[in-house]
Design a protein around this ligand. Structure first.
Ligand code: FEO
Ligand code: CA
Ligand code: CA
Ligand code: CA
Length: 589
């Protein structure tokens, strides 16, 4: 399957065919090693995983469920070490039918408090220390850096313009500045001063909202808060909007964590807005300020950019402590002529005034979506990862799919009705690609990078490089990463609807091999692919297999796969995979 000398791609790995079975597959010549699984020890004293005796107290010390975002931080801080570092990993949500024997996933009214607390403990984030010996990565046991953040007991600080606002105050926290827990941590990003940014995505699903407080009714409705998918409110009344009307305003933010300081408090950064954050990725602007790009992952929601007021201090990481608290948030309006506008979400500007219920910047941030709609932002096909390419300086926007877009709602940036397969846009700031890109500008140009789907099916309307092979097409792009050469590595979520496993595809972004995607890795049945991230030298590719075995009729007792353990009685376990090249060298070459 090798690309051969005729292929215009710079990637030389042998493509794998589309494959959908019970295990993972990686290109020939590569090792794919399971590094850590749901239930494995993270904190000192964590007991061994026992799938038949799940206890919240144990889960608080063990690796959580459904690993999504992953970041690698070299040790020591500021170095480029690619054989020793910290991994920071999100635990987005839980799959209760695969966690407990006989559990009806919809029966949230009959779960015990221990089950509820277990679910809350299985959410959040982990920090682990990892080391490479020869070809093999392992978790350093009892590391002083190891941490577990959960929805059950971790305290987060709120900072920025909305912190302390009366709409963020609750009976447990009259200051409006301290929140217990985080939920639905999907993707994220890393900053150049060594912190991780993690998103709170579908937080609406955790709040009972059958009877909404009048003051927040419009706000909560826009976010979809109604009947929850989780029964947490039954034992933790703060998740019931009728009993604690402001608690839901304390979720839906981006969070910054310093993994190098195990005593640091994680911070919810309100200046970045409140919506269903997929993630956030940053680039240092030519003037030294930081640009943060982010998506709101829901059908017909928007794309955002935040520009800090102050400059990044790369020499002194501590000086960036408040960098993400001051700056301007913008939302994108795409025009059909290939240009676009970044519209500032600033209180007092245009319609963002008291007449529309915005009395301060805090109100604009708490109801970012409503403010963005009033400004005329472009409704997108579910923005997932949005990431500046650190080599070329352009921004890649992954739009995973939107089957609800009607023919009369099509525009040039969202060009297909009933978009089943998703697409990827590239945004180029004024100043062009490279170091002179002006991320502070209120305009930019954009183009389509690829339209996903099967190019052999004209009805898909797919568009790639014409040399894309039968294995090289993909569906539902979600997370992306860039290697040291600036090539894009695309993880998918939902490709099984198109009959292929979710996995990894890689492509050049410039030159003759642009948009020539090549298939590198396949996940087991029921899984999505998350968190791709490469070490600084490009020789290890980390990724997360999320919700393996989440197929129809698949249960704890009869799962569709028992990946990665394949032992009787052991359910499938979301796990982190480390991929290296046999004999060493850069991934993809
Ligand atoms: Fe959790 Fe937008 O995927
Ligand atoms: Ca995602
Ligand atoms: Ca990413
Ligand atoms: Ca997704």
């Amino acid at each position: 399957h090798a690309a051969g000398s005729a292929s215009p791609s710079t990637l030389t790995f042998a493509e794998i065919p589309h494959i959908l079975d019970a295990t993972t597959h990686v290109a020939e010549g590569y090792n794919a090693q399971v590094l850590i699984r749901w239930g494995d020890p993270v904190l000192p004293g964590a007991p061994a995983f026992d799938p038949n005796a799940l206890k919240a107290a144990d889960q608080l010390k063990q690796f959580g469920y459904n690993n999504d975002f992953l970041g690698y931080f070299p040790l020591e801080r500021g170095s480029n070490t690619s054989t020793h570092g910290l991994l920071t990993i999100n635990h987005e949500y839980v799959d209760r039918k695969l966690m407990w024997s006989g559990q009806d996933p919809d029966a949230i009214d009959t779960q015990t408090k221990e089950q509820i607390d277990y679910e809350m403990a299985a959410h959040g984030h982990s920090v682990i220390e990892v080391k490479k010996d020869g070809d093999t990565w392992s978790v350093v046991p009892d590391s002083r850096y190891a941490r577990r953040f959960s929805a059950l007991e971790t305290e987060f600080t709120l900072s920025g313009p909305a912190a302390g606002h009366k709409r963020l105050r609750t009976s447990a926290d009259p200051t409006g500045t301290k929140v217990i827990g985080t939920v639905n941590n999907c993707a994220g990003g890393v900053t150049p001063w060594g912190t991780v940014l993690i998103a709170e995505e579908n937080f609406d699903r955790y709040f009972m909202g059958e009877s909404l407080p009048a003051a927040e009714e419009q706000n909560y409705k826009r976010l979809g808060i109604k009947k929850p998918d989780y029964g947490w409110y039954r034992f933790h009344p703060r998740f019931d909007t009728a009993r604690e009307p402001n608690e839901a305003n304390r979720f839906g933010w981006m969070i910054e964590i310093d993994p190098y300081d195990p005593t640091s408090t994680p911070i919810k950064r309100t200046a970045l807005g409140r919506f269903k954050h997929e993630g956030a990725n940053v680039i240092v602007n030519h003037d030294g300020r930081l640009a943060v790009y982010a998506g709101d992952d829901e059908r017909f929601e928007f794309l955002y950019k935040f520009l800090t007021k102050n400059k990044v201090d790369l020499a002194n990481p501590a000086n960036n402590k408040h960098l993400l608290d001051e700056g301007t948030l913008y939302v994108a309006r795409f025009k059909d002529d290939g240009t676009m506008a970044w519209l500032p979400l600033v209180h007092g500007h245009g319609p963002l005034t008291a007449a529309n219920g915005f009395n301060s910047q805090a109100d604009v941030l708490i109801e970012t979506r409503r403010a963005a709609t009033l400004l005329g932002a472009t409704p997108m096909d579910r923005p997932e990862d949005v990431e500046p390419n650190p080599v070329t300086g352009s921004i890649f926007v992954v739009l995973t799919n939107n089957t609800k877009r009607k023919p009369d709602q099509v525009d040039a940036a969202n060009p297909r009705p009933a978009n089943e397969h998703g697409h990827i846009l590239e945004i180029i700031p004024p100043g062009g690609k490279g170091a002179q890109a002006r991320h502070e500008a209120e305009t930019a140009t954009w183009m389509i990078f690829l339209l996903a789907g099967n190019p052999a099916k004209p009805e898909d309307g797919a568009r790639y490089h014409p040399a894309t092979t039968e294995a090289g097409w993909l569906s539902c792009p979600d997370n992306i990463a860039f290697d040291p050469k600036g090539r894009i590595w695309i993880a998918t979520d939902g490709a099984t609807k198109a009959g292929i496993a979710d996995g990894i595809w890689a492509s050049d972004v410039e030159g003759d091999g642009r948009a020539l995607t090549r298939h590198f890795f396949a996940t087991p049945t029921g899984a999505e692919m998350c968190g791709p991230f490469l070490t600084p030298d490009g020789t290890t590719f980390f990724c997360c297999v999320q919700h393996p075995g989440d197929d129809k009729d698949s249960t704890f007792d009869k799962p569709s796969t028992r990946w990665p353990d394949f032992k009787d009685g052991m359910p499938p376990r979301p796990s982190v995979v480390a991929i290296t090249r046999k004999g060493g060298g850069e991934i993809g070459q």
